[in-house]
Ligand binder design. Sequence first.
Ligand SMILES: Nc1ncnc2c1ncn2[C@@H]1O[C@H](COP(=O)(O)OP(=O)(O)O)[C@@H](O)[C@H]1O
Ligand SMILES: [Mg+2]
Length: 564
Amino acid sequence: MKKQSKITVLLRMIKLVRPLTGFMILAVFLGTMGFLTAEFITILGGVAVTKALGGNIPLSLKTIFILLPVFAILRAIFRLSEQRTNHYIAFTLLAIIRDKVFRALRKLCPAKLEGRDKGDLISLITSDVELLEVFYAHTISPICIAIVTELLMCIFIGSFHPLLGVVALISYLCVGVLLPVIISKRSGTMGDELRAMSGELSAHMLENIRNIDDTMQYAYGEVRLKEIGEKTEELSRKQGLLSKLTGTNMALANTMILISDIVMLAVCALLYQSGRIDFTGFLIPLIALMSSFGPVTALAALGTTLQSTVASGARVLAVIDEIPVTEDITGKEKSEFSGVEVKNVTFGYETYETKMNAGYDHDKEILKDVSLNVNSNRIIGIVGKSGCGKSTLLKLLMRFWKVKEGEISISGKSIEEINTDNLREMESYMTQETQLFKDTIGNNVRIGKLDATDEEVVEACKRASIHDFIMTLPKGYETEVGELGSTLSGGERQRIGLARAFLHDAPFILLDEPTSNLDSLNEAVVLKSLKESAKEKTVLLVSHRQSTMRIADEVITMDGGRFS
Ligand SMILES: Nc1ncnc2c1ncn2[C@@H]1O[C@H](COP(=O)(O)OP(=O)(O)O)[C@@H](O)[C@H]1O
Ligand SMILES: [Mg+2]
């Protein structure tokens, strides 16, 4: 991820609002009117007083007393509509940003999710995107509202005497610009740290709940309990610091406002004495200034959140910008499956470290000059020690990653020249870890072929030797996996994965350790089905189990990224 300056990030985030410019203008208008009506309630009070004291006011007392409640009602209406509009803007934008992030992730996957930064990605999708709501609903428009409102107030106050307008302008700048900068400097990354710490505490708690068995077995409880205690204490200490800081920030803001009021009073008094303003001109600007700090004090609070919002924005934009490991291919001619050729393929994962250290690292190569021919209607077995690169080879055949050197071709065509949809149709890939969705068992199998009939699903399950098990469940194929998720054994999950692969019914079947968790009885059933499939299909079978290799027409041994 390349580093972007804070200003660039802010500008890009603001650019995202463009489709909602109309609503944005509406929000600023409503917000400005809301503040102005509120301020003019106080100012009208002052006007009434000057009138009563015989000041030169063009309004009658009656009009003033009618205007007061009207302004109060308008104030409430404006305020409510402004908040509605801002939240509409924020949530519409969040939807747009989420959509962008998911689109980007879809392009980046699965390579991106395989990387070691899975945890970061999840926090990005949830908390970072969420934090941007603050930016759109409570940052952009308050700034615009403050600028418009206070400019109008400067003009109003300045209409009594230009010098008073200048005093007002300086006061607003101090509270609305200088103060947020000071506060932002003072609080620094405290908000971020606090959020990270509370996230860590909940992750720690979840881990404790999940690992309760091991914790009890090894009497690890005391240690974990102590850790919780320490984390909680540290969190409350930080929280205390932050609220103290917020307190002093408030005091600072109030002091600045007070000083501004005193300066205004002094300047008004001087101008009044020298006869440059009358009594009305003395009282009204003073009241106007005193009652008009609302929009700028709203900005003071931004100082504490702006840093973390920009950081979140930068992370989200970085994902949107990231270049995928493999792009989807479209627009090529459709091809039928007729054998696979792997020619002198060399590959190493591009990790965060290799990217930082000037790119590709030959010492970290996982596959070294691997060649392999898989002809139709045969079962090829690959055996090899754990970590030698068997799963990696399958992922390359799926084009989840790109080879560094050499070429993989299917039906005589490089897989870089085959439409991604076409490739997925031709391949049934069963991963080492079958993941289940929170849905019925039937639907979990149906992922292999979304329009499959019930009969087809049952047939696939029979071949994967899982049908009998499913029939023992209370609701058969309609049983929710969510309820069983953790109670399904590794072997049961594995057979569901196999059923998916059988149902997908592609000419080329890639199986990554399909039998590692099966007992010999289930293994026998599964192998028999596979052997039958291979009459019209091509199977690439990865396993470290010799018994599984029994059905292979040819067995290749892999060692340290090479075939031997
Ligand atoms: N996404 C990844 N990023 C970086 N290294 C990886 C990634 N996936 C696997 N590896 C590494 O590549 C090597 C080969 O892994 P793999 O192909 O899964 O081996 P096998 O399936 O033969 O056990 C291992 O050292 C593993 O740690
Ligand atoms: Mg593996």
